[in-house]
Design a protein around this ligand. Structure first.
Ligand code: SF4
Length: 440
């Protein structure tokens, strides 16, 4: 592991550790794992359900998510058929289980028609666990936030609507490779505000070519009109095979300055910083929202759909991963054509030994403002973090974390450096696999 001090000399934006290990470290298993075996000894009482709908009206220049545009020849309907087959096989393998939270993501779920979405909700409810009333999130884009779709989400019990805005300035969204009319955007946001979801989340991006600190703050100011309970502020990363990557574009040099300006802007307006990216208003009803608690460090996740990950404590798995159009299309075709029995196995993913599980626990904890609960970690791991990862003392020495009230907590500087700390905590095996993937 490179000493943290050396890494701090580099650009703070080194990699987004939103999941560990990253999908690019996944590989085909030597032998497929039957899902029944993988889930047999897991606690299945508070699972997270993630359902992936990989369709969008256009491909944004910055996007490296698993999604496609302009599905033809009934592809959406055939995809939903496959999803049903997969849901049946997975739930059969799970046996007795309960979902405590859910999310419908993509792609752009609201790219689907209301009839198609009605089918998705029937499938979720029929799954036996996703009851109405438990927290359920859904992503939307401005162009697909039509009144009837918003009404349907509200009616179906969606508690969190998350809209990808990225910027309120037309010139900036054009520069991102995502043309967007301000009138369409404002109308969509007003409808979402009027629909009064318990949580409205707005995604914004900084580091866009041509975006100044002043225009970045202009976007934040514009977002305030719609009183979102949450905002995700994403630093722009330009990755290979994306539209911006193919054009050889780079993020601007202003990312750190813009992040700090955005953070201070939101802190002054009653938002709390939860992580580098997430800001939540202090009045946001996320705690006590009616669902059983879900602990992201330990609880399992069931992913349905091509590109959706599933997590047991020792194995993470999903379909293969691709960013380029041809690769995505091949994976989608494979998913659509799979016989039901194939969905009863995990074919591709990562087997986490105890050391990797501990790393994951640390990464999921230390990159959030709550930090690492020292007693909870010791209880779970059987060791203190000092014994397992003495190198974390560097966080204290560099002022990126402090110890208080039984937790190892990132300071403001530590949160600002989350995209340095995440990759610093990766194991050598994961790092090597990720590099191999990038080179392939
Ligand atoms: S950023 Fe969102 S809307 Fe744009 S292509 Fe990616 S998934 Fe689709």
């Amino acid at each position: 592991m490179t000493p943290l001090r050396d890494r701090l000399l580099d650009d703070p934006f080194q990699g987004y550790a939103y999941a560990y290990p990253h999908k690019t470290a996944y590989r085909h298993f030597e032998k497929p794992h039957p899902l029944k075996d993988l889930w047999a000894d897991e606690d299945k009482d508070r699972l997270f359900l993630y359902l992936h709908l990989p369709f969008c009206e256009m491909r944004c220049g910055f996007c490296n998510l698993f999604t496609t545009t302009n599905p033809r020849g009934g592809q959406v309907s055939r995809y939903l058929d496959a999803l049903e087959r997969q849901a049946d096989a997975v739930h059969d393998a799970l046996g007795t289980f309960r979902y405590s939270r859910g999310a419908i993501g993509g792609g752009t779920p609201t790219f689907l028609t209301t009839d198609e979405m009605a089918r998705v909700f029937r499938m979720l409810r029929a799954a036996g666990g996703l009851r109405k009333g438990i927290p359920l999130s859904c992503e939307l884009s401005p162009a697909t936030s039509e009144p009837e779709k918003i009404a349907q989400l509200r009616e179906e019990g969606v508690t969190r609507a998350s809209i990808g805005v990225q910027s309120f300035l037309e010139s900036e969204t054009r520069s991102l490779g995502r043309p967007q009319k301000p009138a369409v955007l404002h109308a969509a946001l007003q409808r979402l505000k009027d629909a009064a979801f318990p949580v409205l989340n707005v995604d914004l991006i900084y580091g866009i070519e041509g975006q100044s600190v002043a225009t970045w703050l202009q976007s934040l100011e514009a977002a305030m009109e719609y009183t979102p309970q949450e905002l995700f502020l994403y630093p722009l990363y330009v990755r290979p095979l994306t539209g911006l990557g193919r054009k050889g574009r780079d993020p601007s040099d202003l990312r750190l300055e813009q992040f700090r300006a955005g953070r201070d802007f939101l802190l002054e307006r009653g938002y709390r910083q939860i992580s580098l990216r997430l800001f939540r208003h202090r009045d946001c009803p996320v705690e006590g929202d009616g669902g059983p608690s879900y602990c992201c460090q330990e609880d399992g996740m069931v992913g349905l759909g091509a590109g959706a990950r599933s997590y047991t404590s020792a194995v993470h798995y999903c379909t293969e991963y691709a960013v380029g159009r041809v690769g995505i299309q091949a994976i989608l075709d494979d998913f659509i054509g799979r016989p039901a029995n194939d969905h009863s196995f995990a074919w591709y993913g990562y087997e986490l030994n105890l050391a990797e599980r501990k790393r994951r626990y640390l990464i999921k904890s230390l990159l959030r403002s709550d930090g690492l609960d020292e007693a909870a970690y010791a209880d779970w791991s059987g060791n203190s973090w000092e014994l397992d990862f003495p190198q974390l003392n560097e966080l204290l020495e560099t002022g990126l974390a402090i110890r208080e009230q039984g937790a190892l907590r990132p300071t403001l500087e530590g949160l600002e450096r989350a995209d340095t700390l995440g990759p610093w905590l990766y194991s050598d095996v994961v790092e090597t696999r990720m590099e191999e993937y990038e080179l392939a």
